[in-house]
Design a protein around this ligand. Structure first.
Ligand code: F6P
Length: 342
């Protein structure tokens, strides 16, 4: 049995832990061979491979990023993409492919497996935690920890200068990072894409904080939108899956707060810091278990599935189901946080 492995989409901490677990159990437990494909779906599309054996995965458990590289290449958008992927997999004598990615990478795996007979198993990654069918994706916990530490630090400097500090976090169209880090960091306002915000209300919360001599920290998800406004785009470009690039709402909001309240307001955009560096212990644990279960799915020839966390169990769910819709924050969960606002 020869197994291909690829990592696609935005990188996140824990990718290497999955690769290591897949290879270790595959080689030591089942005697399989592996081949790594470089840069997500670009690897199978262009036949770009890398050696993947026990030696290649030594020491990579705590390393952020991915030894295989990543990209947002969509083979379904390339001319002859499917034929080329199939040919390159056949050339490499790949029997099964493990795709580690988010909704885009796994959406491709779902189609290649459902419509074109390519034997795929998916592993859910993303700092955004927006994949359906799994309680958590790996990478999310690390991002939340990084954002929480930043919020802790911003509290002390905000209070020294009695300023408003707006912290913009990632998450695309889901508010998971904002909600979890905002709660963990004791933010005074948390804004998520799932609920449009009212700038006057935010200003009222900001003013009430200053009255009790506390400097407000406002956590805003990059995809959050004011009532009557649109998401702020970094530029007009779209990636090959048609996604816009977000970022800028933090800067916009700080200016509005300053203009309306007269209080000094500054912005910190955490950006890719949330995606870099070593994975948290939780993400190493989750990524490792996902990897072990993904290679078991290959052994069982249970293709077209994604491994998923349900409670403390790892289960297998159809790739098509897991990628059918985004998992966004339930408004009842968001409402729980409101008692801390203002
Ligand atoms: O999906 C992960 C993510 O980090 C999002 O939170 C963010 O909107 C996007 O990727 C940024 O993408 P890029 O790597 O293209 O800057």
């Amino acid at each position: 049995m020869r197994v291909g492995v690829l990592t696609g989409g935005g990188d996140c901490p824990g990718l290497n832990a999955v690769i290591r677990a897949v290879v270790r159990k595959g080689v030591q437990g089942y005697g399989y061979d592996f081949v790594g494909f470089r840069d997500g779906w670009r690897g199978p599309l262009e036949g770009d491979t890398v050696t993947l054996d026990i030696q290649a995965v030594r020491g990579i458990l705590p390393r952020g990023g991915t030894i295989l590289g990543s990209s947002r290449t969509n083979p379904l958008k390339s001319q002859d993409g499917i034929r080329r992927v199939k040919e390159n997999l056949a050339k490499e004598e790949v029997d099964a492919l493990i795709a580690i990615g988010g909704e885009d990478t796994l959406g491709v795996a779902a189609r290649l497996s459902g419509e074109y007979g390519i034997r795929c198993v998916g592993v859910p990654k993303t700092i955004d935690n927006d994949l359906s069918a799994t309680d958590y994706t790996f990478g999310f916990d690390t991002a939340v920890n990084i954002a929480t530490e930043a919020i802790d630090r911003l509290h002390t400097t905000a209070e020294s200068h009695m300023r408003v500090l707006v912290v913009e976090v990632m998450g695309r169209h889901a508010g998971w990072i904002a909600l979890h880090s905002g709660l963990a960091g004791g933010a005074n306002v948390i804004l998520i894409p799932e609920q449009r915000f009212d700038v006057d209300q935010i200003c009222a919360w900001v003013e009430s904080r200053f009255k009790i001599r506390y400097a407000p920290i406002v956590v805003v998800a990059e995809g959050a939108m004011p009532k009557g406004g649109d998401a702020v785009l970094k530029d007009g470009s779209l990636d090959s899956f048609g996604h816009v690039r977000l970022s800028g709402i933090g800067e916009w909001l700080a200016k509005e707060i300053e203009r309306r309240t007269g209080k000094e307001a500054r912005t910190t955009v955490l950006g890719h810091v949330q995606r870099g560096g070593t994975p948290s212990a939780f993400d190493r644990w989750l990524a490792t278990r996902f990897g072990l279960h993904a290679i078991d799915a290959v052994r069982d020839e249970d293709y077209g599935k994604m491994v998923a966390l349900r409670g403390t169990d790892i289960v297998r769910v159809p790739l098509a189901e897991a990628t059918a819709r985004l998992k966004t924050v339930d408004l009842s969960l968001y409402a729980e946080a409101e008692v801390f606002f203002g």
